[in-house]
Design a protein around this ligand. Structure first.
Ligand code: ZN
Length: 147
């Protein structure tokens, strides 16, 4: 059964770790992702990176709305960035009570693997483009409060 995991909070030093590539998508990875889905819904949050639950692997999940849908991005790479935007009130589950307005690309295209190991690409603009860049930053130990 999947479970809600504790979310590490700034300034926990684990949040600064650079996450490693996932070598093999095995049962442990599937269980981790299911727990991350449960955790991001419970928070609730738009997205969650594995390092935020203490696992330094290149995995993040997004909790899409309208319609509700959970998606995992394993070993993601941002393959296109276009334009710029500043979202008002960007937040982070690991940095509660802080809202920032950070310059981000308007549109991004991300290439990643799903739980079946299949490569897919996903393009997003506006809010979800910010969410992808935010979660991607976590994989390199970067937080929204950084310059
Ligand atoms: Zn965050």
């Amino acid at each position: 059964m999947s479970k809600v995991l504790p979310i590490l909070k700034y300034p926990n030093p684990t949040l600064r770790m650079k996450s490693e590539l996932v070598e093999q998508i095995d049962g442990d990875i599937v269980a981790l992702v299911e727990d991350m889905f449960e955790t991001v819904v419970a928070a609730p949050g738009a997205g969650l990176a594995a390092i935020q639950v203490g696992v330094p692997l290149r995995i993040f999940v997004l909790n899409f709305t309208n319609p509700p849908r959970l998606e995992v991005f394993i070993n993601p790479e941002i393959v296109k960035r276009e334009g710029t935007q500043r979202l008002q009130g960007e937040g982070c589950l690991s940095v509660p009570d802080q809202r920032v307005s950070k310059e981000r690309a308007q549109t991004v295209r991300v290439r990643a693997r799903n739980l079946f190991g299949e490569t897919f690409e996903y393009e997003a603009s506006d809010f979800w483009a910010v969410a992808i860049q935010h979660e991607y930053d976590h994989l390199d130990g970067v937080l929204l409060i950084d310059d």
